[in-house]
Design a protein around this ligand. Sequence first.
Ligand code: PGA
Length: 263
Amino acid sequence: MRIVILENAQAVAEFGANHIVSLLNKQPNSVLGLATGTTPIKLYKELIAANKNGHVTFKNVTTFNLDEYLGLAGTHPQSYRYFMNEQLFDHVDINKENTFVPDGSAAIPTAACEEFENNIQEKGGIDLQLLGIGRNGHIGFNEPSSSLSSRTRVKTLTEDTVNANKHFFTEGEVQPTLSLTMGIGTINEAREILLLATGSDKAEAIKNTIEGPIAARCPGSILQMHQHVTVVIDKEAASSLEDIAFYQHIERENKRLKEGTAL
Ligand code: PGA
């Protein structure tokens, strides 16, 4: 795992956006896995700016979102399809036909999950999966106890997740308690993973993800098995890590190697 610790949430967003922009400039037809939630909003703003400034194009990009609320159609303002349109897709030159979000209004959710998995396969798999992380260590809506080899399916949300997302819903609006989510096995098949986390309420989840045992208790910990993961966090999210000094040392050494001054 590459662990990058930065000053604040804005620096995390800029690092993440630059990483995605360089990938798209190298491989303009990339398949991106995208995430919703508060964390990626700043990153999406950076991507929109880069697109408007002509630094990147999404014309040939395909996207797959991690999850969706079961019971919400894409036209519902709290659906993740709606979120993605508002936060990114409506503001960049992407072809919306190439943007996939699990269908929360599907009559047969299991069939929608299977179709979603098939679509990922048909597009050649995900090149880079962007992830946030829940306070309880969930990735996508894979809550603690999720099978570490799970595929896209219906998942029950924990009370903590429902509470964490409450602020997105207006009073009186029904908040779903079920979701469709890419599985942990599906996520871990992406060729590269970029996980962002900011703020002290993510510190424990980040500690368990990076330094804990690999366990279904903390779904993020499965990323220790992946060959190409970059975890980008601010100081607050890093605050419970035991080996911060070592992670920072690695970053400095890698910089020296890149500059050719290490040997
Ligand atoms: P957040 O959610 O970015 O809103 O904190 C992350 C997540 O639950 O995966």
